[in-house]
Write a protein that binds this ligand. Structure first.
Ligand SMILES: [Zn+2]
Ligand SMILES: [Zn+2]
Length: 99
């Protein structure tokens, strides 16, 4: 039994179980754990203030603390860009080095 589950196997494992195929419980629990962690991860996106169009970049604690309401560092407006948690970033993942 593998100790770790490759990321690519998660869908396969969940679909297998949904189809009624038996899978070791540890595999299913691991797959669900990874899936839940993915869902809770805030979405990184380019955020601009709807009022002053200033770029909103979450730094320090806000970069790691999931939040959905953002306060503009330029004009003070607070807004909620999406229902889910978001993090304002300078560059989208994959386009520049992540810090
Ligand atoms: Zn923010
Ligand atoms: Zn603003």
């Amino acid at each position: 039994m593998p100790e770790t589950v490759a990321i690519g196997d998660i869908n396969e494992i969940i679909m297998d179980v949904q189809a009624g195929n038996r899978r070791p419980t540890v595999e299913l629990v691991t797959a669900l754990g990874i899936r839940i962690t993915e869902l809770l991860k805030p979405i990184r996106m380019i955020l601009t203030c709807p009022s002053c169009s200033g770029r909103h970049i979450d730094k320090g604690l806000f970069a790691i603390k999931p939040h959905h309401t953002h306060a503009c560092q330029h004009c003070g407006l607070t807004w909620r860009p999406a229902v889910v948690n978001t993090v304002g970033v300078q560059f989208l993942p994959g386009f520049k080095d992540e810090s």
